[in-house]
Design a protein around this ligand. Structure first.
Ligand code: TUI
Length: 311
């Protein structure tokens, strides 16, 4: 089973959630370019998200979905609103969506929880998920401990439902490698940030283009909420405080509103510039259509030529 047999999209690719970034207009643009666009439900209450879903509907006739970030304080209302709206696809992140799955399934919604461990993946299969997204810690934002290379095959072996690979995928080689690990398709996020259509501040895009292989770090491990961001003044200060044993209140003061500072204000020194470890590969701003077509065609070529690789 390929991911696009489930989603009805051109490519077996879905967009990562990307709180405060993936508006209705952006998700529609991703869907129009051939992947499954997702309206991000992180960082906003239910009624604001409902409006973004309507904007997405108005801007595409292609399939799209919604990402529910389970740490959102308005999560209960959002879960109900997604049921009312009869959203076709829901992905979830940063938690266990088990208690909402039966309600969403009444409307025929397809549900793809993000998992960072085999244990949660198995739980999600038992709870009725249609597929899981196995996300390695190479990804941007909230991260788990496993790498994509180790997590995906172990989840594939443990489950009977399809597995989507995420984390560390930004070109056709990584896409092809994910398929070799047994995935039915991929979720991508960071490489879509450097698209013409992405509504983040230009400073954020420039920071991504300038980034190198080791430009990211993970803050918040001591708080049980690890977040991968590009190293900057704020990240260094946070890590220093964290190492000195600072408490939650002191640490939260630094990161509060950090994502909006980076995305909206373009403050890439004091904001949370969330990005995956693929940021060192990003060299230019392209259209979503170009990014997706190139990634897909290059993966197909790589997989076709795989027989020539001598081992
Ligand atoms: O959710 C994400 N990535 C995100 S969410 C986000 S929004 C945010 N804003 C400010 C501060 C922090 C976050 C930015 N990036 N990815 C999906 C993901 N989910 N990765 C890992 C997990 C995960 C980890 C543990 C899912 C479930 C889990 O266990 C839950 C449980 O209760 O067992």
């Amino acid at each position: 089973m390929k991911l696009n047999d489930i989603t009805g999209t051109k490519y077996p690719i879905i967009q990562g959630g990307m709180a405060n970034i993936a508006t209705g207009a952006f998700a529609a643009a991703v869907s129009n370019a051939g992947a499954l666009g997702l309206v991000a439900g992180g960082g906003m209450p239910a009624e604001a998200l409902r409006k973004e879903i309507h904007i997405c509907r108005e801007n595409t006739d292609k399939p799209f979905g919604v990402n529910l970030m389970l740490m959102n304080p308005d999560v209960e209302n959002i879960a109900k609103m997604l049921y009312e709206e009869g959203v076709a696809f829901i992905t979830t992140g940063a938690g266990n969506p088990g208690k909402y799955i039966n309600m969403w399934k009444e409307k025929g919604t397809k549900i793809f929880p993000v998992v960072a461990s085999v244990a949660l993946a198995k739980m999600m299969e038992r709870a009725g998920a249609d597929a899981v997204i196995a996300e390695g810690g190479e990804s941007g934002g909230h991260v788990g401990d496993m790498t994509t290379m180790t997590l995906v095959p172990q989840v594939v072996d443990a489950l009977d439902i399809p597995v989507i690979a995420a984390g560390g995928i930004a070109d056709g080689r990584q896409f092809a490698a994910a398929m070799m690990l047994g995935a039915c398709g991929v979720q991508i996020g960071t490489c879509l940030l450097v698209s013409k259509e992405c509504p983040i501040h230009d400073n954020y895009k420039e920071a991504l283009l300038k980034a190198k292989d080791n430009s990211t770090t993970v803050t918040g491990r001591s708080q049980g909420a690890p977040v991968r961001i590009i190293k900057n003044e704020m990240a260094r200060e946070y890590l220093k405080l964290e190492a000195s044993g600072a408490g939650r209140d002191e640490l939260e003061k630094i990161t509060l509103g950090g994502l909006r500072r980076a995305v909206v204000d373009g403050d890439v020194l004091r904001g949370s510039v969330m990005a995956g470890q693929v940021c060192g590969q990003l060299k230019e701003i392209r259209s979503l259509e170009e990014i997706l077509k190139d990634m897909y065609e290059s993966a197909v070529t790589n997989l076709k030529n795989a027989g020539d690789i001598a081992i």
